[in-house]
Design a protein around this ligand. Sequence first.
Ligand code: NAP
Length: 286
Amino acid sequence: LALLLDGKKLAAVINDGIKKDLAELRKSSGRRPVLACVSIGQDPSCHLYCRTQARAAQELGIEYKLIQCPADIQEHELADRISGFNADDGIDAVMIQHPLPQGLCRETVMEFLSPRKDVEGMHPESLGKVLLGVSRIAPCTAQACFEILKHHDIKLYGREAVVVGHSNVVGKPLALMLLREMATTTVCHIATSEAHHLQEHVQRADILVVAVGKPNVIKGSWVKEGAVVIDVGINRVGESVVGDVEFEEASRRASAITPVPGGVGPVTVAVLMRNVVELFRSGIMR
Ligand code: NAP
């Protein structure tokens, strides 16, 4: 049976590092970091993320400020509010909670934010640095997947990596990170499925990362013997939460696999908090 890649354990390791760094930074700056979270509208998944982030921040000694905006906020009003945060020395890091209400474009909204406060790594400058391989703050979920692989010493050089899902927030940046490590990287998306080629790509994968958001989109029987599987998907099915991969069958074939929940999710939150500390540190040094 596959080794379980336990995200809670890795998150605890990252959090230990954060606590050490924060103790020093608080001594030198005399204050604690502040993360502002902008939540627009009333999406229930947004509320859940905010609660999880607020708890994680509190446990680490990071101040969490929730800024609630109405769903019908105009783009220029949001731009004004975000420039206020950019100019506010009492705020170190800003995140814009997703999904955004209809009528607001994520890419446009991210450009309102200063890259110096972009804790999610979603500003075009931050994404450009991921492309160039010089990033300090990368999109948190993509970074979390990458760190799970690194933490478990999973060899990437020369291996077949297949990423299913090409969103700007997970699939694309992760593919760039895998490429930088010289994995032979294939990116699949809806057109791959529609052309009936998804199975053949998945079957070749030594490293398989799935970030789609559809339960069981990857059949367990497609997983190559000995593959490493990172399942990013979070899907509510009845009372339970499942990933995108048929877990039981996949874990009989894979050498290692992330559980859902308890895999990528906790590492993503830890990476987000570490990004807050990183922005706090560079703010102090400026
Ligand atoms: P997203 O923006 O909706 O992207 C989903 C991607 O999957 C798109 O690129 C889409 O391709 C592709 N896709 C859809 N159906 C497909 C199919 N049948 N075959 C192949 N590809 C298909 O979602 P996301 O933000 O990247 O998130 C993906 C999943 O990860 C969601 O379940 C989300 O909840 C979860 N997530 C988890 C964490 C965590 O911390 N664990 C963080 C972020 C997201 P097209 O664009 O071409 O349609």
